[in-house]
Design a protein around this ligand. Sequence first.
Ligand SMILES: Nc1ncnc2c1ncn2[C@@H]1O[C@H](COP(=O)(O)OP(=O)(O)O)[C@@H](O)[C@H]1O
Ligand SMILES: [Mg+2]
Length: 268
Amino acid sequence: MTANLTIPHTDFEQQPNSPHSIELVGVRKSFGSGNILDGIDLTFVHNAITTVLGPSGTGKSVLLKHIVGLLEPDEGEVRVFGSDIWGVSEHERYELRKRFGVLFQDGALFGSMNIYDNVAFPLRKHTNLSEVEIRDIVMSHLSEVGLEAAVDKAPNEISGGMRKRAGFARALVMRPDVVLFDEPDSGLDPVRTKLLGRLIQKVHRQHGGTYIVITHDIPTAREVSDHVAVLWKGQIVHAGSAEETFASDDPFVRQFLAGAADGPLGMD
Ligand SMILES: Nc1ncnc2c1ncn2[C@@H]1O[C@H](COP(=O)(O)OP(=O)(O)O)[C@@H](O)[C@H]1O
Ligand SMILES: [Mg+2]
């Protein structure tokens, strides 16, 4: 990926010497009287895809916002490549955030910009690259996600699946060490969900890094995961390799993975 070599890196050239790129330690968060995150302990392995599985409304998006430093925990720490993201200066936190690429649920594209300008946006905002250099990077990622032909389209002129792929391309242009996907399957039919899962794996094999996929969709988790963590009632109730998780005889994990109505998992 020669185009990417032209991006000047910030103070964080060093590679992580721990296999864990991100560590959450005792993270708690409440909104009003609701305890959303209730002591989250979770580590993410570098150069692997980890899925965080949990039912709707359990706090998956809230967890994602803690990982990328958009929400501050009431208690506990989020360590990103060894730095406590709320223990560093505002400037350092800003620099740490540049190591993340996020694909938000709806792609979060700017409706007034075409696909090309959406994908170019982070490079124009955060680098001094020339438009010629930007073009190389943008087109290489748009081609990676199969969208070269859609550069001139507005977000509302393309399908939901294409918008997600455009969001994915935009998440990649800053050469992130960590890429997060919030419910990449939402709004897609099963075939497009599967294709997007394959694309996530293909791109991960190409670039490496920590990939975090947040979803309630079991087929997606089966398709993409090296590791799986299960979020339930504000805590991580299971974390392990995908193989181990899908073979687990823990009644809770089995019920959750089977989507079964009977078992320890209740409605509330
Ligand atoms: N900024 C916020 N202020 C108040 N409540 C919030 C905020 N963000 C999320 N919540 C609440 O936290 C809970 C979990 O939300 P969310 O993380 O979006 O769930 P999930 O992504 O798992 O579906 C919900 O009850 C939601 O209403
Ligand atoms: Mg969510």
